[in-house]
Write a protein that binds this ligand. Structure first.
Ligand SMILES: NC(=O)c1ccc[n+]([C@@H]2O[C@H](COP(=O)([O-])OP(=O)(O)OC[C@H]3O[C@@H](n4cnc5c(N)ncnc54)[C@H](OP(=O)(O)O)[C@@H]3O)[C@@H](O)[C@H]2O)c1
Length: 220
């Protein structure tokens, strides 16, 4: 499949490399088509890896990943262009982390809204699916590095888009029974508001490779 990855940071590069390993063609997008990180990534990743600006990458992809800094994701998607996103599955893994008042960062979009919803509202032509934002990027593409039956959340308004995304999550190694479908895109609030806890668990756990599992009492 042709996949556009918007974002040249650790997440874009990690997801891009995994997609190439899985046999997909990937174009990484940036504000600047000459972004050095993107070029370095592509030269290490081989022939199926190309680079461009956000519009090039979105236009190339049959599916598009949003791996941009959450407070700037709408700007990045505006630059990608509505025509290039029209009808496409847009997988949003971003968080609205805001470090402008220091660390740890706070959430810039929160409580009665979420980044996933804001992106869907700004780009109604795209079929936004929020997922993977609750784990570090190494875990996103290789969940088996964390033992146990930990989970990933999925939400979005379009059931066919969610099914397509679950297929890709399966390629990354997530078993279907550990993909928790929360419902429509407004459900992105929960997984996004988990981030403050995630950021505070890093210290006591002394790792970024962790995730949560769900346990239910037997019925009755
Ligand atoms: N790090 C993780 O493991 C992890 C886990 C879960 C979720 N996330 C989320 O995944 C996303 C990517 O994280 P990251 O650490 O790889 O990268 P990042 O540093 O958060 O974001 C880098 C990307 O954001 C773009 N960007 C920055 N400012 C921009 C602006 N003003 N307008 C348009 N685009 C702008 C950059 O564009 P250029 O390429 O032009 O510089 C770059 O492509 C974030 O939302 C993060 O919260 C990260």
């Amino acid at each position: 499949m042709r996949i556009g990855v918007l974002g040249t940071g650790m997440v874009g590069r990690t997801i891009g490399s995994k997609l190439i390993e899985l046999g997909h063609q990937v174009r990484m997008g940036s504000r600047d088509a000459d972004n050095e990180d993107a070029h370095a990534w592509a030269s290490g990743a081989g022939n199926p890896a190309t680079t461009g600006d956000f519009a090039d990458a979105a236009g190339f992809g049959e599916v598009v990943f949003n791996c941009t800094a959450g407070m700037h994701s709408v700007d990045a998607l505006d630059a990608a262009g509505a025509d290039n996103l029209d009808g496409k599955v847009l997988i949003d893994v971003a968080n609205s982390l805001d470090s402008s008042t220091g660390r740890p960062p706070t959430l810039g979009i929160v409580n009665t809204e979420s980044l996933g919803e804001r992106i869907q509202a700004a780009h109604p032509e795209a079929r936004v699916v929020k997922t993977l934002n609750t784990v570090n990027c190494e875990v996103m593409v290789d969940p088996a590095i964390v033992p146990g039956d930990h989970v990933v959340f999925v939400c979005g308004n379009d059931d066919a888009a969610k099914a397509e995304v679950k297929g890709l999550l399966g390629e990354f190694g997530w078993p279907e029974e550990r993909m928790i479908d929360l419902g429509d895109i407004s459900q992105a609030r929960g997984p996004e508001m988990y981030l403050p806890l995630w950021l505070r668990l890093m210290g006591p756990l002394d790792t970024i490779r962790f995730n949560i599992a769900l346990r239910m009492a037997p019925p009755g």
